[in-house]
Design a protein around this ligand. Structure first.
Ligand code: MOS
Length: 735
């Protein structure tokens, strides 16, 4: 191992139950929607019914006579706010209701504030707005569009030469639709000002990121904003951006001098908190007769909103997965009069992998080669082929081999449409995948108390993935405590600044911050040891915490009870701060590795009615060190369900004439439900990653990647018919 790896293994890895589980199931976990403050008013957002143009007239005077209505904010009276210059994460937020312009159907145009949510909702329904509509830009192929780069172009070798040299070539266009993140928890906030100090209870995935934005917009110091998110009901990326609704609630609360609560409705969740944007991919692959890739070209385009940046990342994995000398990626975003996009679980990679891994299956078919063998032949496992530097870990081959074994891939008849069971066509498909490494800065404070307990504090959030639990396990191991003796508090921007929970980065970032903090804590404890102590003069890495004592690592009988060390110095507690550190030693020359995976799927298709059932899924993941095997499995299961949804159901439709979301409810927007999800076999492979002390790689997103391509490839195997556009619907399967 390269980075100094601490002693993790008593609690880390074990599948212990969620430490916050009892709070959730007994209803005592406070979500933003549960926050009620004295004198609180309720705000409802009114959204535009045109996609482009401007507001000519909003007459709110009639509303103010309705029962309970306290205020109506529009662009005419909403405070003018600063455009934030500092954005800690993601897309720059839009300052809402600053002028009369309309950039998309469903844009925030007014905020009605009343005594009750019902009164605000009814008044919002009655608000009359006159618009001057203009023809919206809605056609991605239209002439009047604006195109901007969304990820840097990459290129190595010579793709034209690779194409010319190939014995077998494939090239096709693949599409993915808009998907909506749809966390189960409706997003919302409660904002309250005390003078120039703002406190906001919100559903953000990043407390510090929101603090920075609000401080900038309202012109107050960062210390003048406190963001509270002890719980949020999922996110899948919808909580990454600091959306207008929060700014509207904070602005209204300031103007009115009372707390304001704003909860979005489910239809508004389809419009106001982002989505995975539509994408289109042109992929060309060339290979020698033996299956060696001679070139990969991936050109991708996604959609964004006016005045809004791109989400990108569609091609980010393509240069790195396969060992090929000639690779080029190009990525663009087209701006239209559409809603704001954002990251959605496995952003970009979920779409790009669909294209490239379907193309790989097409190539395997043209080569007459087993699709698994084509992967095994070309996967880049030792070095990042883009830089030539060694991976910090990479078990993608093991993912493929273990998955194939568990699935029984060797028994597959490779001929398409060869396997029948009665009237059903049976198909088996697979895909390989990676999800880029991303590890933003986190900090944590670890406090040890004379009574033998400890607390960890960080401004991080737990979007339901298990942050509370895994960090408790890490701290318990490092401090030699039982998890019940560790109290991990998060979700408060007044705590040590932490990354958002996003990009599969938090588990690594925060666990390493805790490792660093405990190392400092050991140093502080050592400094309390007197000259007669058996620990005197040792370095922090020479000692470990065990059973309430600080012990020599190589001789645990040389020990000092921590309570004695504190008492001897007149202390009741001792705290130390830590942060994610840059890689050390050999890790500096490595490429921080992605999580990897291989997905194997069996489908059964009834060609008479176009019905597809996913019958089996085997999903194998290289996530480095797994901190909690139960929660890790849960992450992969949930992501697999998301992948089935991406493959077969999820499709947010925009009316091409008006720009309106045509199916923005759970009645009309289909997601995978229990009946759509077979038993899923989840396996983990690989070793602790060498890039950081924790040895972790994020697994929040990798589980979704590759599922859609494996399903599509299984459809081809079942039917001989190639699906290139998601979702794969009945009309594509009828024969
Ligand atoms: Mo994830 S899409 O970074 O919440």
């Amino acid at each position: 191992m390269t980075a100094t790896q601490p002693d993790l293994g008593t609690w880390v890895g074990k599948g212990i139950d969620r430490v916050e589980g009892p709070h959730k199931v007994t209803g005592t976990a406070p979500y933003a929607s549960d926050v009620t403050l004295p004198g609180m008013l309720h705000a409802v957002v009114v959204t535009s019914t045109i996609a482009a143009g401007s507001i000519v007239k909003i007459d709110s005077s009639a509303l103010l006579t309705l029962p309970g209505v306290r205020a109506v904010f529009t662009h005419e009276n909403f405070p003018r706010l600063n455009t934030p210059t500092q954005v800690l994460f993601g897309e720059a937020p839009v300052v809402p209701m600053q002028d009369a312009r309309i950039a998309f159907h469903g844009q925030e145009v007014a905020l009605v504030v009343a005594d009750t949510p019902q009164e605000a909702t009814e008044a919002a329904r009655l608000l009359e707005i006159t618009y001057a509509a203009e023809p919206p830009l809605l056609d991605p192929a239209g002439q009047r569009r604006e195109t901007l780069p969304s990820s840097p172009d990459t290129s190595r070798g010579d793709t034209d030469a690779g194409w010319a040299a190939a014995d077998v070539r494939v090239g096709a266009t693949y599409r993915t639709p808009e998907n909506t993140n749809n966390p189960l928890g409706l997003m919302g906030c409660v904002a309250v000002w005390d003078g120039d100090h703002l406190e906001i209870h919100d559903s953000t995935q990043g407390t510090i990121a929101l603090r920075t934005i609000l401080a900038g917009m309202f012109g107050v110091p960062e210390s003048g904003v406190r963001v509270r998110v002890p719980y949020l009901g999922g996110g899948f990326g919808a909580g990454l951006n600091q959306w207008p609704y929060k700014i509207l609630a904070a602005g209204a609360a300031r103007e009115l001098g009372v707390p304001v609560k704003l909860m979005l409705t489910r239809p508004q969740m389809f419009r106001l908190v982002g989505h995975r944007p539509n994408s289109e991919h042109q992929v060309r692959l060339g290979a020698a007769r033996d299956g060696d890739l001679t070139m990969i070209e991936h050109r991708a385009t996604s959609l964004s909103s006016m005045d809004f940046p791109a989400v990108g990342l569609l091609t980010s994995g393509t240069p790195h997965l396969y060992d090929c000398a000639n690779v080029a990626t190009v990525e663009r975003t087209v701006r239209l009069n559409r809603r704001y996009p954002t990251s959605m679980r496995a952003p970009g990679e979920a779409e790009g992998n669909w294209a490239v891994e379907t193309a790989m299956d097409e190539l395997a078919h043209e080569l007459g080669m087993d699709p698994l063998d084509l992967r095994l032949r070309n996967l880049a496992t030792e070095r990042d082929p883009a830089t030539g530097k060694p991976w910090s870990s990479n078990a993608v081959i093991e993912c493929c081999r273990v998955g194939a074994e568990l699935f029984g891939w060797s028994r597959r008849d490779p001929r398409p449409a060869s396997t029948r069971e009665g009237d059903l066509l049976i198909g088996q498909g697979m895909a390989a995948c990676g999800f880029f490494a991303y590890m933003p800065m986190s900090q944590a404070r670890v406090t040890i108390y004379a009574d033998g307990t400890a607390a960890v504090r960080s401004a991080a959030t737990d979007i339901g993935t298990g942050t509370y639990t895994i960090i408790t396990q890490v701290a318990a191991d490092l401090l030699g405590l039982h998890p019940q003796q560790v109290d991990f508090q998060l979700g408060d921007s007044d705590m040590p600044a932490s990354a958002h929970s996003g990009g599969s980065g938090l588990a690594s970032s925060l666990s390493n911050a805790v490792i660093d903090a405990v190392s400092h804590l050991r140093g502080e404890l050592l400094a309390l040891a007197g000259p007669d102590s058996p620990l005197h003069g040792l370095a922090p890495d020479d000692v470990v915490c065990r059973d309430g004592a600080l012990c020599r690592r190589d001789d645990p009988s040389a020990r000092e009870p921590i309570a004695d060390l504190l008492a001897g110095s007149g202390l009741v507690e001792l705290a130390a701060d830590g942060r994610l550190r840059p890689p050390e030693g050999a890790a500096r020359d490595m490429v921080h590795a992605a999580a990897y995976g291989a997905r194997f799927v069996e489908v059964a298709i009834d060609p008479m009615i176009g019905r597809l059932r996913v019958r089996r899924v085997v999903t194998v993941t290289d996530g480095g060190r797994i901190l909690n095997k139960k929660l890790a499995r849960s992450q992969i299961l949930g992501a697999t369900v998301g992948g089935i949804g991406q493959a077969l159901f999820e499709d947010t439709l925009t009316d091409p004439g008006t720009g309106r979301v045509a199916n923005g409810t759970f009645g009309d927007y289909l997601v995978a439900v229990n009946a759509d999800v077979p038993d899923v076999e989840v396996a983990f492979v690989g070793e602790p990653d060498r890039y950081t002390p924790s040895g972790t790689k994020g697994i929040g997103e990798i589980g979704l990647v590759g599922v859609a391509a494996a399903i599509g490839n299984a459809v081809f195997h079942a039917t001989g018919r190639r699906a290139r556009d998601l979702p794969i619907t009945v009309d594509q399967l009828m024969m």
